[in-house]
Design a protein around this ligand. Structure first.
Ligand code: SAH
Length: 255
């Protein structure tokens, strides 16, 4: 578990539907977040919450239930409120990417972050948003701006996941790490082989090879092939040369 991600709380304020609590737990779990906090949920624990958590039960079981928002925010040093509308509170407004970047950087520096999500029907109240350092608005369309609660959680969790991956790319999959590009000398040897082969298969048909060679050079330099990839390409060229040789009239084959 990424240390910064472990310092980010997802706080659901007065959630109405237990299904949304479960779906939010699942959303967090898939993105490497582990802390779900509940403020005055209408029904919890609940079978529907467990069903929608789809195995992310540990987050539900560990979720503290607080009577007030202030109790949930104790110890938090940065609070971001998710809201579809501004509600007349003068707060900095961030998009999800900027909000996640700020939250992740704050947590990585040792702070404790709370992301506040409001009630399904009424959203976050003004006095709840007033406790926040900034609000995050998902840029939905004006005439239908409100996402499902758990889907809003998923979207923020995804943006945080991107921050975590960018901070520690090695954690993704070391076996997928790209091979280093081959050295310039090996690439030049490949070009020499390629030019020879193009001649052998009469690719240029009397035209000057210069333009094509320049373009192919640009293509392969852009691709930055590895040694292993160059070996495959040499193999392809060697076969093409062999075929060109076979296709020659017997007299030209030196017999
Ligand atoms: N009718 C409520 C919407 C509640 S949706 C309202 O108008 O505020 C439940 C919660 O999901 C919201 O309180 C908010 O935390 C989050 N949410 C939904 N849509 C969002 C959006 N476009 N931007 C940011 N948060 C959103």
């Amino acid at each position: 578990m990424n240390a910064a991600m472990a310092r980010i709380d997802c706080v659901l304020v007065r959630p109405q539907h237990p299904g949304n609590i479960g779906a939010a737990a699942r959303a967090l779990r898939t993105m490497g977040l582990s802390r779900l906090l509940l403020v005055a949920p209408r029904r919890f624990p609940d079978a529907e919450a467990s069903a929608l958590a789809a195995g992310a039960d540990a987050l539900l079981d560990a979720a503290p239930v607080h009577a007030t928002l202030d109790a949930a925010l104790a110890g938090c040093t940065l609070a971001l409120g998710l809201s579809a509308r501004r509600r007349g509170v003068s707060l900095d407004e961030l998009d999800p990417r900027a909000g996640a970047t700020r939250a992740f950087a704050h947590a990585a520096a040792g702070g404790r972050v709370a992301l506040l999500f409001g009630n399904e029907r009424t959203g976050l109240e003004n006095d709840e948003l007033a406790r926040c350092h900034a609000m995050v608005r998902i840029p939905s369309v004006d005439d239908f701006s409100s996402l499902n609660l758990a889907q809003a959680v998923q979207l923020m969790a995804y943006e945080l996941r991107l921050c975590a991956l960018a901070a520690a790319p090695d954690a993704v999959a070391t076996d997928a790490a790209p091979e280093p590009p081959a050295g310039l000398h090996e690439v030049e040897t490949f070009f020499a082989h390629l030019w020879r082969t193009l001649d052998a298969i009469d690719f240029h048909k009397g035209r000057a090879p210069h333009t094509v060679e320049r373009r192919l050079r640009r293509l392969f330099l852009r691709a930055q092939p590895s040694l292993r990839e160059l070996r495959i390409l040499h193999g392809v060229l060697a076969d093409a040369e062999r075929m060109a040789q076979l296709a020659q009239p017997r007299s030209a084959q030196g017999e």
